[in-house]
Design a protein around this ligand. Structure first.
Ligand SMILES: [Zn+2]
Ligand SMILES: [Zn+2]
Length: 112
């Protein structure tokens, strides 16, 4: 297939370096609907992309799901000292303290 594209030498508007805008790249640009040649050399473009990319990832990290997993506390199986029911407590139960299920915990707390 005959390509109408030819390698072009462009000058980076950021650092002034001359770089080759190859026929392949021109085709790639055209296929993405980009009609203007790049104004920056590949190095400066990568720099810019890295900067933009890091800004974007830092601002969107909130909805990545990591925070939710970290906030979920580890639950330990225990037996309620009041009603004897199996329950889960957010701390490691030790023998020296009574452990209550959530409903008994509410009762015990309301006594005080
Ligand atoms: Zn440059
Ligand atoms: Zn209980």
């Amino acid at each position: 297939m005959l390509s109408s594209y030819q390698d072009r030498v462009l000058t980076c508007k950021d650092c002034g370096t001359q770089f080759v805008f190859t026929a392949g790249e021109q085709e790639f640009f055209a296929s993405r609907g980009l009609m203007h040649p790049p104004g920056r050399c590949p190095t400066c473009r990568a720099d810019r992309k890295a900067r933009l990319g890091s800004e974007r990832t830092s601002s969107s990290s909130n909805d990545s799901g990591y925070g939710r997993e970290r906030s979920q506390r580890e639950m330990h199986p225990a037996v309620c000292s009041n009603c004897g029911k199996d329950t889960l407590v957010p701390f490691l139960p030790r023998g020296d303290k009574p452990v209550y299920c959530s409903s008994c915990f509410e009762q015990v707390r309301s006594y005080r």
